[in-house]
Design a binder for this molecule. Structure first.
Ligand code: AMP
Ligand code: GLY
Length: 424
C-alpha cells in the first residue's frame, strides 16, 4: 500500500516511524513532514490544506491511502473532497468527514451531540449575546469556563476566577477575539479532577480502543505557567483502573460511535476523547477528530499491531475482524522545546546530538534540515520517547537522552510523569 501522511510534527514522525516498520506500507510520502519523517519516507512540499495539490499528488503517485494527522484538513473537508471527486474516490482517507470533524470543529456541536446521546459532560449553555451569557454565568459557581465555539489553534478556552472577569472576557470573545470562532461561545460548569486521554479507531460502526495517555500541557514543572501544545506524555496511565475503563467504554466510547452511526455521520478514523475523572466518574472535556500530539508519541510505539491492517479493515468496514495488541511497557515522552516557547521563541539553532541512546525514539517535531545541519524550526522541537517497566524507569531514560541533545535555548520539563509515580 502506498501511503501519503499529512502533517509535520512529532505526531507525524511517530506515524511515519510505525509505517517504516510495517510490511504493508510499500511506499511512504509525508506532506510536508520534517527532518525526522525524511528518514522514514519521502517528504513532499505540500500544505496540509492544499486539497487540489494533495489530490493531484495522490493521482500522480498511485497513492492508495491518505492518513491525516492534524485537524484542520479534516474540519475543512478533505474526506468529502476525495469522496466527491470521481478520480479520487478510490483513495481511502483515514479521518472523519467534515460533518464528523465537527466533534472538534464546533464545541457547541460536540456538546449537543453528547446531550443527545446521554454522554457525561459538564453542564453548559451556548451563547451569542453577553446578556444571555451573563445570566447563565450568574447561576454557576466560580471558576468559569468559556470556550470559543470554533477552532482557535488551541487558545480558545479561558478559565476565569471572578464573575466580572468572566463577563468581560465573554464580551471580548463575542466581539471577535478569535475571529469567527468566538462569535458563539460555550459556557461550561467547571469540573474538578484529573485529566487523561483515550483514543479509539472506528470504521463508523465498530471501534478499537488504543492505549490511554496523559499529557502535560503547562510549560512549567508542577503544571504551572502558560498552556502549550503539550510538554510530554505518559502511557499507560496508572490511575485508569479496569473499573474506570469499563465506565469510559460503556458510557462514552460506545455511545459516541453508536451516535455517529445513528446520525449517519461518515466517520472512519481516530476519535480522541479528552476526559476528566471527577471522583470515580469519567466526563468528556472535549473531543478531537485526530490523534493527540504528544500523546501519539507514546501511544503508537506501544502498539504491537502494525497500522496498515487496521486501516485496511477500516476501509472495508470490518474493524471487528482485527485484533489490536499492545506492549505492556510504560512509554514516557519528554518534549524538548525552543527557548521562549510558548511565547515568541528562537528558531534556526543548530541541533547536535550524541550517539542515540539505545531503546529511545527521537521523534522530530519542529526541525529543519539545512545542508548537513539540523536546525530548530518550531516551538516544540523534538519528543524523546523511552520505555520502562514503570513510569520512573521510562522517565529516567527519556531524561537521560534529553540531556544529550544540544541546542541553544533548549528547555524541557523534568517532571513528566512524576504525579503518576508510586509514592516512595
Ligand atoms: P479543551 O480545549 O476543551 O480541551 O480545554 C482546554 C483545557 O481547559 C482542558 O484540557 C482542561 O484542562 C480545561 N477545561 C476545559 N473545560 C473544562 C471544564 N468544564 N472544567 C474544568 N476544566 C476544563
Ligand atoms: N495534546 C493535546 C492535543 O493534541 O490536542
Amino acid at each position: 500500500m502506498q501511503i501519503l501522511l499529512l502533517g509535520g510534527g512529532g505526531r507525524e514522525h511517530a506515524f511515519a516511524y510505525k509505517f517504516a516498520q510495517d510490511p504493508g506500507c510499500t511506499r511512504l510520502f509525508i506532506a510536508p513532514g520534517n527532518t525526522g519523517t525524511a528518514e522514514c519516507g519521502t517528504n513532499v512540499a505540500l500544505a496540509v490544506t492544499d486539497f487540489d495539490g494533495i489530490g493531484r499528488f495522490a493521482l500522480a503517485n498511485a497513492i492508495d491511502m491518505v492518513v491525516v494527522g492534524p485537524e484542520e484538513p479534516l474540519v475543512r473537508g478533505i474526506v468529502d473532497y476525495f469522496r466527491d471527486d470521481p478520480a479520487l474516490r478510490r483513495v481511502a482517507v483515514i479521518g472523519p468527514s467534515a460533518a464528523g470533524a465537527q466533534l472538534e470543529g464546533s464545541k457547541a456541536f460536540a456538546k449537543k451531540f453528547m446531550v443527545r446521546h446521554g454522554i457525561p459532560t459538564a453542564q453548559y449553555r451556548e451563547v451569542s449575546t453577553v446578556e444571555d451569557g451573563a445570566s447563565f454565568l450568574k447561576t454557576l459557581p466560580a471558576p468559569y469556563v468559556l470556550k470559543a465555539d470554533g477552532l482557535a489553534a488551541g487558545k480558545g478556552v479561558l478559565i476565569l476566577d471572578r464573575l466580572d472577569e468572566a463577563i468581560a472576557a465573554l464580551q471580548t470573545m463575542l466581539a471577535g477575539q478569535f475571529g469567527e470562532a468566538s462569535r458563539r461561545v460555550v459556557i461550561e460548569e467547571f469540573l474538578s479532577g484529573i485529566e487523561f486521554s483515550v483514543f479509539a479507531l472506528t470504521d463508523g460502526r465498530h471501534y478499537k480502543i488504543l492505549p490511554e495517555a496523559k499529557d502535560y500541557k503547562r510549560v512549567g514543572e508542577g503544571d504551572t505557567g502558560l498552556n502549550t501544545g503539550g510538554m510530554g506524555a505518559v502511557s499507560p496511565v496508572p490511575f485508569v483502573t479496569p473499573e474506570l475503563w469499563e465506565k469510559v467504554e460503556t458510557r462514552i466510547i460506545r455511545p459516541t460511535v453508536a451516535g455517529l452511526a445513528a446520525e449517519d455521520i461518515d466517520y472512519k478514523g481516530f476519535i480522541f476523547f479528552g476526559l476528566i475523572k471527577v471522583g470515580d466518574e469519567p466526563y468528556v472535556i472535549e473531543y478531537n477528530c485526530r490523534m493527540g500530539d504528544p500523546e501519539t508519541e507514546v501511544v503508537l510505539p506501544r502498539l504491537k499491531t502494525p497500522l496498515t491492517p487496521l486501516f485496511e479493515a477500516i476501509r472495508a468496514g470490518r474493524l471487528d475482524t482485527v485484533q489490536l495488541e499492545t506492549i505492556p511497557e510504560t512509554a514516557v515522552a519528554v518534549m524538548l522545546t525552543a527557548g521562549g516557547y510558548p511565547g515568541e521563541y528562537r528558531k534556526g539553532d543548530e541541533i547536535r546530538m550524541a550517539a542515540p541512546r539505545p531503546g529511545c525514539l527521537y521523534l522530530h517535531a519542529g526541525t529543519r534540515q539545512a545542508e548537513e545541519k539540523v536546525l530548530t524550526h518550531g516551538g516544540r522541537v523534538m519528543a524523546i520517547t523511552a520505555f520502562g517497566a514503570s513510569v520512573e524507569a521510562a522517565a529516567g531514560q527519556a531524561l537521560a537522552a534529553a540531556e544529550q541533545v544540544h541546542y541553544e535555548g533548549k528547555y524541557y520539563r523534568r517532571d513528566i510523569g512524576r504525579d503518576l509515580m508510586a509514592p516512595e
